[in-house]
Design a protein around this ligand. Structure first.
Ligand SMILES: NC(=O)C1=CN([C@@H]2O[C@H](COP(=O)(O)OP(=O)(O)OC[C@H]3O[C@@H](n4cnc5c(N)ncnc54)[C@H](OP(=O)(O)O)[C@@H]3O)[C@@H](O)[C@H]2O)C=CC1
Ligand SMILES: CC(C)CCC[C@@H](C)[C@H]1CC=C2C3=C(CC[C@@]21C)[C@@]1(C)CC[C@H](O)C[C@@H]1CC3
Length: 418
């Protein structure tokens, strides 16, 4: 059995107990949200209207539909790519190669779905299938994580992730043991992170919009905004697909239940919560308020994209004229840290932009319910926790230079507050 050499990193997520709790809590929360979004009172903290029996959750046809979706996205992944990018250097000094064709997959999916709808595919029926589809996605995530765990048993030690190899099977199953599990050139983690879940999310949103049009004659302004904002976010992620290669999910975390469930089930079925809520609880939205919300999303996107692009450009080529004038701190690794521009404002300007967008996605749902604000609450917790994890990793990587950066840029996400 492969094992990691050297000192073991501290346990995260509350260790094995925390991991076990999260494995139960995350799917339970997802089903809770799916159930309450369609209930009359739509109370985030109330009990769901009913507990669905196995006949509601389990459907072989829905499992087949879900597997077909995964197969379709896998086929798009295998198509020739406009570019092949190299990932970060691995422990054995090698670099993996990744196809950059995520945006192409989005366009092909849109064309295919467009043709199918013209041919009579009832996309508006999708909202009625969410519960059994979410169950199929959860089941596949569990089975898939188990297979990944078994695969890691025969992987060389150099292929294992820094975390996720504690020796505790529950913890390791949750965090994931192998860093970049692959079969030939097919990279499971990279594929799951950006394709079936993110594209599935916009497809579910579209199904909700179409059902609203069937029910009420036309989609509401609020539904258009939520669909438009989230489509922009997903299209942006796929357009800048290469940037995901430097995230901690790809470079640091193993591929286990957390990411498999997060990518395949959590993202499509909970990130579409605002559109689910709007279908069952139509909200009036006037043009002036809609304009304010659009402006808020634009400001959030401007910060998010500006900060991410500035860092990516700098990491690719520090002499690029767009970033060459920025102030930097040298580090012992030879890399530099930006200390002016977006990265001189707070230590995670991209998180700030992301959070502003998150709020803009919930505001079209009005202020009568807390439920559509679940994403803002969850996302704040996720980013605060993620920021703390990244901070630890940067401190290990850059030592004193990172401390100097923290001294020069004292706020993490929100200037003068946090
Ligand atoms: N919608 C969602 O559910 C989620 C969205 N996101 C979004 O994804 C994007 C990527 O997030 P994430 O990977 O967490 O984090 P970042 O893109 O912020 O990456 C952090 C890394 O950037 C580098 N870095 C940090 N500070 C500096 C600096 N001053 N100068 C140069 N490089 C620096 C370090 O890596 P190094 O030095 O090695 O380059 C650090 O580890 C974000 O926009 C985030 O908002 C993230 C998670 C979930
Ligand atoms: C279910 C758990 C609470 C945790 C699951 C986390 C995942 C849902 C997220 C971990 C990192 C993610 C990133 C994105 C989506 C969510 C997950 C997979 C993006 C692809 C979103 C779009 C951005 O432009 C890039 C993000 C990279 C990280």
């Amino acid at each position: 059995m492969a094992s990691l050499q050297g000192s073991r990193p501290p346990l995260e997520f509350g260790g094995p107990l925390g991991a076990a709790a999260l494995m139960l809590l995350l799917p339970a929360t997802m089903f809770h949200l799916l159930l309450v979004a369609r209930s009359g009172p739509a109370r985030l903290l109330g009990l769901p209207p009913y507990l669905p029996g196995p006949e509601v959750l389990w459907s072989p046809q829905m499992l087949l539909l879900w597997l077909t979706w995964l197969g379709l996205q896998a086929a798009f992944y295998l198509l020739p790519a406009r570019k092949v990018a190299e990932g970060q250097e691995l422990k054995d000094k090698s670099r993996l190669r990744y196809p950059i064709n995520g945006f192409q997959a989005l366009v092909l999916t849109a064309l295919l779905v467009g043709l199918a709808v013209c041919a009579g595919l009832p996309l508006g029926a999708l909202p009625e299938m969410l519960l059994p589809l979410a169950f199929a996605a959860t089941l596949t995530a569990f089975i898939f994580s188990l297979l990944l765990y078994l695969k890691a048993l025969v992987a060389p030690a150099s292929a294992l992730a820094p975390g996720g190899n504690s020796g505790n099977p529950i913890y390791d199953f949750f965090l994931g043991r192998e860093l970049n599990p692959r079969i030939w050139s097919f990279d499971f983690k990279y594929f799951c992170e950006l394709r079936p879940g993110l594209i599935g999310w916009v497809l579910i949103n579209l199904g909700l919009l179409m059902q609203e049009a069937e029910l009420r004659g036309t989609p509401s302004l609020a539904m258009w905004l939520v669909n438009g904002f989230q489509l922009l976010y997903v299209a942006d992620a796929l357009w800048h697909e290469e940037a995901v290669l430097t995230t901690m999910d790809i470079t640091h975390d193993g591929f286990g239940f957390m990411l498999a469930f997060g990518d395949l089930a959590w993202v499509p079925f909970t990130y579409s919560l605002q559109a689910q809520f709007l279908l069952h609880h139509p909200q009036p939205l006037g043009l002036p308020m809609a304009s304010v919300i659009c402006l808020m999303n634009a400001v959030g996107y401007y910060i998010f994209r500006g900060a991410n692009s500035q860092k990516n450009t700098f990491r690719k080529n520090p002499s690029d004229p767009r970033v060459a004038g920025l102030e930097t701190i040298p580090t012992a690794t030879g890399r530099q840290l930006l200390v002016s521009g977006w990265w001189g404002m707070v230590r995670h300007p991209n998180y700030l932009g992301d959070l502003i967008m998150a709020l803009a996605w919930s505001l079209p749902c009005g202020v009568s319910h807390l439920l559509p604000y679940f994403y803002v609450l969850y996302f704040t917790a996720l980013l605060v926790h993620r920021e703390a994890r990244d901070e630890q990793q940067c401190l290990r990587k850059y030592g004193l230079a990172w401390r100097e950066y923290c001294r020069r840029v004292p706020y993490r996400i929100l200037p003068y507050v946090y």
